[in-house]
Ligand binder design. Sequence first.
Ligand code: GLA
Length: 390
Amino acid sequence: MIAQAAYVHQIEAIFRKEFNREPALLVRGPGRINLLGEHTDYNGGLVLPASIDKEIVFAIARRTDRTGRIVAENVNQSFSFDLDDFTQSPLGWPNYLMGVVDQLQKAGYFPGGFELVFGGNIPSGAGLSSSAALECGLAFGLNKLFSLGVSTLDMVKLSQRAENQFVGVNCGIMDQFASMFGRDQSVIQLDCKSLHHEYFPFLTTDYVLILCDTGVKHSLGDSEYNTRRQECETGVAILQKYKPDIRLLRDASTELVDAHRDEMPGKVYQRCRYVTEEIRRVRVACEFLLQNDLAAFGKKMYETHAGLQHDYEVSCPELDFLVDQTRPDDAVLGARMMGGGFGGCTINIVAREAADAFVARMSMAYEEAFHIELKCYPVRITDGTSVLEV
Ligand code: GLA
């Protein structure tokens, strides 16, 4: 059970003030971290994410008409739309929500009008998937409010489609899956091809997960994400000539990629090698979790960072600096960049007793090197999207 943070009461209070009544339902949609398995989701590979105690809270109630009235507490903006006739908004954030309504309707589910206030504590631009939290939270809330009967997996899929088609971001399925299916003290090993998932224990009594936020988001990130996807597809097309049943890089091994290295452009080879190695790494690392060997697990995180930095080339100087700073530190078991790359956060496994010293040291070094204040967020793994009982 999650302690009720002050912002939950604030969201409720805004709802009362705005709509003159009590919300019918409170929902929390968490952000996500990813321990291992980066840039593998759109290759049908394995990922290892978890939902965390950085979340968006939704206060929601039905309306009798066909209007969606929404207040975004964080940005202090309101938005209304007609459920039977809507299109993209230049405001940006309403698109994540309208996208979900759009996808629900396309799938044959018809929620009625609703009133909604949302807000929370997911730092924006840090790569913790506030967008997935927004989509999954609304899908979950409307599903409950109108008893639509959508399965959890279908809510995940339609939230991803909302982002792909309505918002126009070509993301994989990891973020939405993690936000919806997360479980306290566990990471999710998700097979992004079969969508089979399994929980592995991630017990952090002696260790704490700390995110270090570079505070930068290099603008080439989005275009490079799409380029990486294309490079992976090029690799698949080349490998298919030799093994026609290969549909995704997930279906190939590092050995196969190596065997056809000469037929691939250099960058394509590097991308394929990284992805096939990373998928294997997730498998191996999960065995370490079963043995509760976080030290061995942490070494895999450093390997992932090296792959993302040198082979997949989605890191940046700020992220590399933060990871390098941790290398001589015995209190840090593992560190790597997290998410799409080109900015956002690193994720670190740090001895609990050394956490304060870690934050102080990292902040000082980062400020000195980049003249940017380093924000550090200790995070706790929590359950996924759920009703909030107050
Ligand atoms: C972004 C996307 C995810 C995933 C990661 C990289 O966060 O939204 O689907 O591809 O990048 O692992």
